[in-house]
Design a protein. Sequence first.
Lengths: 434, 434
Amino acid sequence: MKPIKVAIIGFGTVGSGVAKLLLEERERLARQVGCPLELARVVDVDLERPRNVRLPPGLLTDQLSTVLEDPEIQIAVELIGGLEPARTIVLRLLEAGKDVVTANKALLAEHGTELFEAARKYGRSIAFEASVAGGIPIIAAIAESLAANQIQSIYGILNGTTNFILTQMAEQGSMYADALRTAQQLGYAEADPSLDVNGTDAAQKLAILAHLAFGVHVRWQEIPRTGIDTVQAADMKYAAELGYTIKLLAVAELVGGGLELHVSPTLVSRHNPLAHVRGAFNAIRVVGDAVGPVFFHGQGAGQMPTASAVTADIISTALGRTAITFRTLRLWSPDRPSVVPLRDPAAISSRYYLRLNVEDRPGVLAEIAGILGAHQVSIASVIQHETEEPGDHPMVPLVIMTHSAPAGKLAESLAKIERLSCVEPGVVCMRVLS
Amino acid sequence: MKPIKVAIIGFGTVGSGVAKLLLEERERLARQVGCPLELARVVDVDLERPRNVRLPPGLLTDQLSTVLEDPEIQIAVELIGGLEPARTIVLRLLEAGKDVVTANKALLAEHGTELFEAARKYGRSIAFEASVAGGIPIIAAIAESLAANQIQSIYGILNGTTNFILTQMAEQGSMYADALRTAQQLGYAEADPSLDVNGTDAAQKLAILAHLAFGVHVRWQEIPRTGIDTVQAADMKYAAELGYTIKLLAVAELVGGGLELHVSPTLVSRHNPLAHVRGAFNAIRVVGDAVGPVFFHGQGAGQMPTASAVTADIISTALGRTAITFRTLRLWSPDRPSVVPLRDPAAISSRYYLRLNVEDRPGVLAEIAGILGAHQVSIASVIQHETEEPGDHPMVPLVIMTHSAPAGKLAESLAKIERLSCVEPGVVCMRVLS
């Protein structure tokens, strides 16, 4: 039977993994597609760097035109990453009549509307299972398997790098900087880890999931986000003492007809399965109005888990399933209405963990509690250990867990508390999830 | 736009749930399909029983012919359950040109080949997401999202009734009979619970997953299975003492080029996420050679979770995705080769938990250990508490955890041990999973 020809653009870690599957598992994939998938071309600017897969001679090229001008290549896989030249290349591939598969969450979060409109204009499709949570089939789950549901909430650990760092801190008692260094040594974090640790990566993935599940057109930059670079060993210790662990959570939740979106380090109760997601794994808890809660857990990154998701998209594109889903869902289309409005971040309620360094003298707790109370922020519990240091009135840590309170009210009270002379600047504040 | 007409055959709990979604969520479903889904007919022998959904007048009928003879009805949903008349009805629906959606695992496990051949003959499709694990999209995951992988193992809690009973026993210290009664009172177990508690239901679901993931044509009756009706409160207690909990696991695993299949109550380590699946929930851990482990957790039964899966199948059938998958995978086809042979159950190795009542006198442990050793069954740990009862040589419980040993060797040694005069008949033996 006539093979379906595939090109890979971007021969890095994931590109090599996809090439490996296409070359080494031909028979298996042919069974899944009903005809062979032929890797016809691999494009990369670097023709020399060694990869862990051996390509047949003549396949690797630095000329994108060999793909654009070959009408037999039906599917092009963009694995370059980043915004440019990925954006321009995807537009040219679509214009040349190729269906596109991509793992590029930054590209979709930033240029989704432009790319999906181009795909519609040229009658092509874009598949992007690998762009969120690597090997976990969360895109297919929300777009197809849970299609009968109004999704009510999505709570995700969507960034493996930060989850690895937080796990190191929780389990080894490491400081943030040491845990980051370990992550870099083991290849879980890049030399410049800022897009992971500052929450950008998770916010981009959340923007994609929120569009898919709720139809909202949200720029990822608008999603309130806090990174993990401010999480301290002391907070890990107090969290553990209180029965929690700290995770970087990406949250999309319908509340009172509006959508809450945020990415932030959160104290997660040990009774919640998200607390037990360790190392570089990802996990997502989705609640649908019919299905109830569904929990997914798997490897969110890495060569072969990501290649598994990319190759599933190649198979579905080759079979024509992707074209149907693409045509029907009209994602990132200007005429696809937002089903729900975004909620004002200040109105989003949560329980909070606060850690303050305060003077060890009578009346301090009363002053702080008074300010919180005046803003209707109610205290659930307090930890203040006896100081072990000698001397008069040293600074001591004070940990407060609040009942549920709107973010805006909490921020107002914290601004006042930080102005108290008995409180050191730099109050730590994190959400709490039961 | 012209609606796609759907009929529901079997207006019980799940049928009412699907009707509810089709009637009350028209707009939402129309968005997912690109045109309205119209519930055109509901067929049931019982026209009187009250259900928790109000049908428009004239929709409910006891005449299947109204569906068979209406060429506008494209999709028929079989929710009768059981073998007959479900089998005959599905065959007639296919012959009449309807695509079929079903939640009936018993029907597929028993008559899959006949039904799927009939669907191919008449150019129709059968979708069955709801037949395994209710709201968890495990069929789509294995058939589509993990299609690039050779699945290596599936470990599942596939029966909510037994998991509810085992959870009651583990958390409340209930006896089996009391936990079963609670399950019946709460609607989690039927008046005759035998198909659930004896492992039949889980074995039928496992047969479906094993066919999907490994291509094996296995009759569910051939799958070695043990029910939970022999699990005693004492075993729950010892399991907890050892750091385990008892779950009814359905297992399909590639070992040395052969496929192991079995359903049995298993001591699952508390470090394994399957140990924390509570109540009527289901969970499945799938390992693929590319993706690694992926874990799914959700409601395995119940009206709306099952209706969510059925309705997703209706959507995919209406869109034409199901036809593509059905045509390509050629499930239950005589010409779809079994990729792997089944392993001899006697050769399947596992760690084991043994509980024996033995005479409390010197030499007993040595005798038992000697027999195990002679069959190359190695002991990992032993619990024998001091007896609290007065008197000479009373019977005392002896608990042994073995290292990994083949089922056949273990059975041989147990047969000999049970013949010892110092051992009461009825040795308890369960697999152990780390």
